[in-house]
Each structure stands twice: as structure tokens, then as C-alpha cells.
Design a protein around this ligand. Structure first.
Ligand code: UT7
Length: 310
């Protein structure tokens, strides 16, 4: 048996903020944002919707999709850099709301690569036989740490959540290989002081290089070739970075997930949100070989090669 995704879903807030809306409050333009980032609009949570609310909703829906009950969860991992509080963790907050009384719970911090770190952490517990079901959530309310007067960052980010239930899947399916990494020497390029501070150009260069390399590495580790890959799900930060990864894998445009236009960069939530949208659009089928790849503040990165299906 392999370890894979047996349930998945997402939650995004209803409120849409378009580039045109931002033009009214910042020295920016729809044209600049579209051509430099690919973003057209993003979702922004209301004041009374916090990170744990979005995490809970995505998790509840993912559990429903998996068909297992909350008391069958052994562990909850929430990847976020925007928790409601330093403690209790968002994982503990949603453990209560889900009624997952048998689950251990913790948050992890790996910024936009957090979802990759969460899945690979959860996978270990199932593979070694200690746990059967692990819930992983990637969630951010970045709008609460964005400096809304800084055009360098304010136009990029959005709020949302995505969640998966990990468990045993049929032989041949599930996680085939992974790579996680970090380079703390780059921490100065992307961090939170009060707000998000970013050296966009440095992060851009790092992302293009690392996303390409990690994607190629996980394909090789899985014993596959580039042409075996059916679909690429890159972290949705900037269409130009995503396109560079796609070109590195020599995949056609329709074989890459693209939701950055609708949601902006939702950090740890961007990959699971994209998977759900692609499943709904019929772009992901059972037995497809999928590469997910993310990067973020830390600097951190992570990639997973998975054969889809339960
Ligand atoms: O999840 C990880 C999070 N971070 C990222 O993924 C960020 C990676 N980096 C990027 O996506 C890109 O570097 C940005 C989108 C942030 C910036 O794009 P760029 O092509 O690297 O632009 P730049 O930083 O070189 O700036 C070009 C110009 C500058 O003006 P000057 O100095 O040439 O006069 C900026 O001040 O664009 C200006 N600029 C803007 N203009 C209009 C920066 N932000 C804006 C804006 N609207 N929102």
C-alpha cells in the first residue's frame, strides 16, 4: 500500500478584491499587476473570519470528501504563518471544532512551502505504521500582515485554505517521492517584521532556480522521466515563475495548474486550492503523475511527485 490523499477540499472567502479596486488606493495599475504577476483578483477575508475559521471549513469539507469521521484522525498538521495566536495552535483550535478527540495537533511554519512540509511530515507517521489518518491544512490570512500602503507586496497576496486527509491508498498510487529543503541565509529576502517585507527580485531568482531543480529531482527520485509527468501544480506566486518551472519540465500550457489569476498568492494554501479547482475542472484523473512544487520565506522549498488516486 502507498500513502496518498484520500480526501481534499478548500475554502476561500467570498469577498473579491480586483486589481481595479487596488488602483484606487495604491500607485499601481491593473496592467502592471497582470503583466508582472498574472494576478487579476484575490479573496480577502472579513475582519470576523480568522485563519482558524478558514482552516476549519476546509478541513471539515476534506474530511467529508474522505468519508472518514473526525474521531478516526490521528494527527492534525496546520501549515500557516498567520495563526490566530502564537498559541494555542490553529491545529488545536480546529481539533476542538471538528471533534477530532483522538488526534494530536500542531502547527508548522515553512511559509509558502508549508503545505509540502505538512504532507511529508504526515506521510512519515502513516508509513511507519503508527497512524492511519493525518489531516493536513494549508491556510493563510495574509491580509492581516500585509502593509496595504506598500505596492511592492499588497498586490500579491490573498486569503484562503486547502486541506487533505492522508491515508493508505491502492498499490502504485500515492506519494512516490519528495524533496524538502531550506536555505536560512536567504531569510533576509522575505520575512515578517510587523508586515511582510520582501526583496522581490531575489525571491524571484531563487524561486525560478529552485522550483525547476526540485521538480526535476522528484521526478528522478520516483524513477520517472519528464515525459511521464501528466500535470504540474506549482505554488501560485507569480505566473512568470510558474511558467519557468513548466518550461523546465517541457510541459504544454494546459498541463500546468493556474489559479494565481483568481486568488493571488495564498501561500501555504495555494497548492491544495489549485488541486481542488483542477479536479473540479476535470484536469486531474486517477493514476495521473503529478508534480507539486512550492517555495517560500525561510527560504524554504518542497516538491512532491504523486500518482493520483485513492
Ligand atoms: O510566495 C513567495 C512570495 N514572493 C514571491 O513570489 C515574489 C517573487 N517576486 C516577484 O514575483 C516579482 O519580483 C514582483 C512581482 C514582486 C516584482 O516584479 P519585478 O518584475 O521583479 O519588478 P521589480 O521589483 O523589478 O520592479 C519594477 C518596477 C519598480 O519601479 P522602478 O524602480 O523600476 O521605477 C517598482 O517600484 O515596478 C515597480 N513596482 C510597481 N509598479 C506598479 C513594484 N510594484 C508595483 C506595483 N505597481 N504594484
Amino acid at each position: 500500500m502507498g500513502v496518498g490523499i484520500i480526501g481534499i477540499n478548500r475554502f476561500v472567502p467570498d469577498r473579491v478584491v480586483t486589481n481595479k479596486d487596488l488602483e484606487k488606493v495604491l500607485d499601481t495599475s491593473d496592467e502592471w499587476i497582470r503583466t508582472r504577476t498574472g494576478i487579476e483578483e484575490r479573496r480577502i477575508a472579513d475582519d470576523d473570519t480568522n485563519t482558524s475559521d478558514m482552516a476549519y471549513e476546509a478541513a471539515r469539507r476534506a474530511l467529508e470528501d474522505s468519508g472518514i469521521t473526525a474521531d478516526a484522525l490521528d494527527l492534525i498538521i496546520v501549515a500557516t504563518v498567520t495563526p490566530d495566536h502564537p498559541f494555542p495552535s490553529v491545529a488545536c483550535m480546529i481539533q476542538e471544532r471538528l471533534g477530532a478527540k483522538n488526534a494530536a495537533a500542531m502547527d508548522i511554519s515553512a511559509a509558502c512551502a508549508g503545505f509540502m512540509y505538512g504532507i511529508i511530515t504526515g506521510k512519515q507517521f502513516i508509513e511507519n505504521g503508527d497512524y492511519k489518518h493525518v489531516l493536513v491544512v494549508g491556510v493563510e490570512k495574509l491580509s492581516k500582515i500585509v502593509d496595504w500602503s506598500d505596492r511592492n507586496t499588497a498586490v500579491l497576496f490573498g486569503d484562503g485554505a486547502g486541506s487533505v486527509v492522508l491515508g493508505e491508498v491502492s498499490e502504485g498510487r500515492g506519494i512516490l517521492s519528495f524533496e524538502l529543503g531550506a536555505d536560512g541565509t536567504g531569510s533576509k529576502h522575505l520575512y515578517q517584521d510587523e508586515h511582510i517585507i520582501m526583496n522581490g527580485r531575489e525571491v524571484f531568482k531563487f524561486a525560478v532556480r529552485q522550483m525547476g531543480e526540485s521538480s526535476v529531482n522528484v521526478i528522478e527520485k520516483a524513477g520517472l522521466k519528464r515525459e511521464d509527468v501528466d500535470y504540474l501544480i506549482p505554488h501560485q506566486a507569480n505566473i512568470r515563475i510558474m511558467e519557468a518551472s513548466r518550461e523546465r519540465l517541457e510541459l504544454p500550457v494546459e498541463k500546468m495548474s493556474k489559479t494565481v489569476n483568481k486568488y493571488g498568492n495564498t501561500s501555504a494554501a495555494s497548492i491544495p486550492i489549485s488541486i481542488v479547482e483542477d479536479i473540479e475542472a476535470g484536469k486531474i484523473k486517477d493514476d495521473d503523475v503529478i508534480v507539486m512544487v512550492g517555495f517560500g520565506g525561510g527560504l524554504t522549498w518542497g516538491a512532491i511527485c504523486i500518482r493520483w488516486g485513492r
